[in-house]
Design a protein around this ligand. Sequence first.
Ligand SMILES: [Zn+2]
Length: 534
Amino acid sequence: MSGFDLLVRGGLLVDGTGRPGRPADVGVAAGRLTVLAPGEAPRTGAAEVIDAAGRVVSPGFIDVHTHSDGVTLLGPSGGSRLVRASVLQGVTTEICGNCGSSLFPALPERLPAMRAETRITFGGGVGAYADFAGFAAAHARVPRANHLASLVGHGTLRAGVLGPVDRPARPDELRTMCALLDASLAQGAAGLSTGLIYTPGSYAGTGEVVALAAVAARHGKPYVTHLRDEMSRVEEALEEAIEISRRSGAALHVSHHKTAGRYAWGRTERTLPRIAALRAEGMDVTCDVYPYTAGSTALAAMLPPWANDGGLGALTARLGDPAQRDRMRRAIAEGVPGWENTVGNGGWDRISVACAPRHPQAEGRTIADLAASADADPLDMAADLLVAEAGEVTIISHSMVEEDVRRVLAAPYAMIGSDGVPKPGGRPHPRWAGTFPRVLGRYVRELGLLRLEEAVHKMTGMAAARFGLTGRGVIRDGAHADLVVFDPATVADRATFTEPLLPPAGIDAVVSGGRVVVRGGEETGARPGRVLAL
Ligand SMILES: [Zn+2]
């Protein structure tokens, strides 16, 4: 029984399957786990011991929805507080490449333009790679504490073949997209993601996505989608996703499921029963959710799709033209068929600036408030800000109600994803630093919405099964040694909209790839993480 590199002793084992917790010790040797009855391990014989008395020992959390694609590639100047936030909340695997935006793939001749057009690389804007192997190789050069897997983003794929243009793909272009997707999935990408509210993904019709999802289906990998509308037309958008899944044969995963904007509040009472009925029929459909009533995205996404046609340069040129601004103002007031229109569903008073590097004084304030102070029209205020920031402004949208968030969290097929957007500067959404402890503190301990074992399952075993993370997400003999040790009595998020990167309380230790990467709530400096080829 000796020879463990690490022994986690005396904790309550919550193994990630959803089964009730039980007292057990966990040994780690050569990056793999052994489950031991209490007291079975000798007092000596492990190189390192974590005393977990009074604590829960669970599998490392799997954040199924991040935009952290490039954050570690930014280097030390990129802000290590940003990088740290994820592992300090217990996340041992991040799944990036969401919402149609990944750092690959693209045709070689499109790569220089892709690198210039940073907005499509929502997750950092540090480059673009020809395929998953190129992405993985770039990451392999930068040590990291936890693991990273990536989906193939449809928007990136489309821009990497057609450019950021508003037109259907020609048959030959669609074939090229399918081939690039196929290659990256074969190399280990986790599945296909779309962001059908974002340009250029929004320029694609249903048929294009069906063709691509069929490629994912052939690899046994899921179709993961930010629906075309999460507001007044959310049910139609869900039906489109169901159609894509049925016609392609790919499993369906709905990203950050929400029914946002005043016309859609309460609509989870219809979307969730619809998903439950499909599951009862045998369809493989799941979703993820973050535990906040506010979302975060790009300010440019508040403008109609035609405004973004041609990319950032074209957008800022249009914003310089008063006649074009009037067209945008009218589109927001009247709506555009097939466009989500966040501001029309909510108002500029629900949109606050999260990150505008050249205008830090605007951060934390709403567009309506900024406009009122300047005696300006809100659309003009947003347009001026976008022009001054070369199109790159991140916003927070206070668009949901708590009842919907709770209903989605409680759905038995909903897993947890932070949707974190770790960009340097500004005040990012606190979900990047607080999501997992917030579920465990607020929704398990304080509100009793979920049992502890159920919540841990959503963060671990359920997520691993969805994304094919073999040997992760569960604690059993031979599994990968990714663990979290937390205090169920104190675990809580501390990150807020004003202090968005404050580390949580109660996450004592995190083990990644068999090494202790967090101890006493602080990073140890170990960097055993790697890119996972699935
Ligand atoms: Zn999204």
